[in-house]
Design a protein around this ligand. Structure first.
Ligand SMILES: [Zn+2]
Length: 83
């Protein structure tokens, strides 16, 4: 009965969900982790944040925005210490 599980997950907050305040507080750390070790590992280290981002559209959008900004700001490896 996976349909019920999905409905249940939709109706009920994930118990691991840390909530908006905590997720936003950790968001920059989480973004660094995604860029550093990848999204899977980031989700493993912060399951509460990952659970919240799945459940909360606005926070997920904030994550995408931060990820985008971080990638814009990160210089390509080749520009590092060319001197
Ligand atoms: Zn949220």
């Amino acid at each position: 009965m996976t349909g019920w599980d999905e409905l249940d997950r939709f109706l009920r907050t994930d118990p691991r969900d840390v909530g908006c305040d905590e997720a936003l507080r950790l968001l920059h750390v989480y973004v660094d982790l995604i860029l550093d070790v990848g999204g899977d590992e980031a989700a493993r280290r912060y399951p509460g944040v990952a659970a919240h981002l799945v459940a909360c559209g606005p926070c997920e959008e904030d994550l995408q925005g931060l990820l985008f900004a971080a990638q814009m700001n990160a210089p390509p490896e080749s520009e590092e210490d060319v001197r």
